[in-house]
Design a protein around this ligand. Structure first.
Ligand SMILES: Cc1cc2nc3c(=O)[nH]c(=O)nc-3n(C[C@H](O)[C@H](O)[C@H](O)COP(=O)(O)OP(=O)(O)OC[C@H]3O[C@@H](n4cnc5c(N)ncnc54)[C@H](O)[C@@H]3O)c2cc1C
Length: 474
């Protein structure tokens, strides 16, 4: 089916594709979104993966970046059914002695739980949290020289360090060190790599400034709210429509791809000079993830009380162990004791499960395309800090990197961030042109563009703005 008389086609209905479509529709353009799968939402899909009545987030669950997103904040998404639920504690990180490091909503409460590191934590985070709005705009925007050099200097210098070096040099306690490298591990890189500290700082600052909420009823509600808003602004969405070539999108003024370079290349073959295709081919993907979802008979019986009230729990033990687990993945191996990122949405949102029951969501990093079954290792790590966990499992659903890619072609080899976010690809993503291509009709707007992975819609926002400025709309 060829699309005709449409100003813009957006390929992919993930949060970035939908954000791009809303920007274009709000500027008066006619927009059609084409989605390969039978449901919209991309990484915000939710489904009853285990048992009836249990709602599981297939991909994203913890939504600080969506909640803080400078673009989503301007949209009336609440009118379309989106509300957020904040857990009592954003994050806890249990240790073997039965205690836990806690990332609380306030810097002061977090610091007070870190003993000898209380003032070091305040010195690190206070200036960042004070300027959180400005830094959020900087971090969730395309790279550009800052007009706020003083703030950036205070923030930028530690941010460029490795998470391991920053934690080891600033903190003395096991709690603070483990907490910080756990946050840095969201980079999906060895924690000895430069700039991994920036992930820790951004995520900690987000917890203090905005919280780490869940979408009430499941992340799908965010995708659904974006789609509903788009429709009120005249946009249309077709599902079960996998775009495989330019013939399917011809006749439109601009085409925006909410896809990663690997998928864009075969679709747009011949649309630009070979040199640009080679640049896209050089784009590098990062490690994959192995994920397990559980329907649970009750809450997870954590030994540390704080973990029972936390929306997210980092399960990986002490500093050395977290660093070693991520080093193993960076070296192409799986960790025997993986670092597990676990969310328990029912702590904040009981509607996700029948009365008294709970859902659990967890993943660990694995080498890209890994075929190793990590289910037992993930469950053993949780059992270590929550004895009796496995006896509460009513049903489980397991997703390998291959299964993740089968459900969403953007997750190449299980890479959930649309490409590795090392120092180079953090800024030059996927090419120096960022959202643009040598063809003024074609644009990129997925997490393979700045600011990268996560549900925030900012790649879509900037991709669409670039198209509005440069496409030949006549
Ligand atoms: C297991 C997992 C856990 C995550 N946890 C979090 C989290 O807690 N918090 C967070 O902020 N982020 C999280 N993320 C990351 C987040 O989901 C992604 O970064 C985000 O969804 C990227 O948005 P996007 O719009 O760029 O792409 P996607 O959301 O991947 O959307 C791309 C869309 O394009 C469609 N598509 C692909 N190929 C075609 C084609 N040829 N034709 C038409 N349509 C096509 C796909 O079906 C999909 O709907 C997680 C991801 C995963 C997988």
């Amino acid at each position: 089916m060829a699309e005709s008389r449409i100003d813009a086609v957006v390929v992919g209905a993930g949060p970035n594709g939908l954000a791009a479509a809303i920007v274009l529709a709000s500027a008066g353009k006619s927009v059609r979104v084409l989605e390969a799968e039978s449901t919209i939402g991309g990484g915000t899909r939710s489904e009853a993966l285990t048992l009836p009545g249990f709602i599981h987030d297939i991909c994203s669950s913890v939504l600080p970046l969506a909640y803080a997103s400078p673009y989503f904040r301007t949209l009336p998404l609440a009118e379309h059914g989106l509300t957020y639920d904040h857990p009592p504690i954003p994050l806890a990180h249990p240790l073997d002695d039965g205690s836990a490091a806690v990332l609380d909503r306030s810097v002061a409460a977090t610091a007070s739980g870190l003993g000898h590191d209380a003032s070091a934590y305040r010195r690190l985070m206070d200036p960042i949290v004070r300027h959180a709005d400005l830094l959020t705009r900087q971090f969730l925007g395309p790279p550009r020289p800052s007009t706020h050099l003083v703030t950036l200097a205070r923030f930028g210098i530690p941010a460029l360090r490795s998470a391991a070096a920053l934690a080891a040099s600033r903190f003395r306690t096991a709690h603070a060190r483990a907490l910080f490298v756990g946050l840095g591990a969201h980079s999906m890189l060895s924690l000895r790599r430069p700039a991994t500290a920036s992930f820790g700082l951004v995520l900690a600052a987000a917890a203090h400034a905005y919280g780490w909420p869940f979408a009430h009823g499941g992340s799908q509600r965010l995708g659904d709210a974006l789609a509903a808003l788009l429709r009120t602004r005249g946009g249309t969405i077709a599902t079960d429509f996998r775009v495989g070539g330019m013939a399917q999108v011809s006749g439109s003024g601009a085409v925006l791809f909410d896809l990663t370079p690997r998928q864009v290349l075969p679709i747009a073959r011949g649309q630009w000079p070979d040199g640009f295709s080679r640049q896209l081919q050089r784009f590098r993907y990062g490690p994959g993830v192995f994920k397990v979802d559980w329907a649970l008979d009750g809450p997870i019986p954590w030994r540390a009380d704080a973990c029972r009230r936390a929306g997210t729990v980092h399960v990986g033990g002490a500093f050395d162990e977290v660093v070693a687990a991520e080093d193993a993945v960076a070296a192409g191996q799986v960790a025997d004791r993986p670092f597990v990122i676990l969310a328990q949405p029912t702590v904040a949102d009981p509607t996700r499960a029948p009365a008294g029951k709970h859902v659990g969501w967890a993943y660990c990093h694995v080498p890209n395309g890994s075929t190793v079954d990590m289910r037992e290792r993930i469950e053993a790590q949780i059992e270590r800090f929550a004895p009796g966990f496995t006896s509460r499992i009513l049903a489980r659903h397991v997703m390998s990197p291959a299964e993740m890619e089968r459900r969403n072609a953007n997750y190449v080899g299980g890479d959930i961030n649309g490409g590795i976010a090392d120092l180079r690809q953090l800024f030059i993503r996927p090419t120096r042109r960022l959202y643009g291509t040598p063809n003024r009709q074609l644009y990129l707007c997925s997490s393979s563009t700045p600011p990268g992975g996560g549900v925030h819609g900012m790649c879509g926002y900037y991709g669409a703005r670039s198209a509005l400025r440069h496409a030949r709309w006549s």
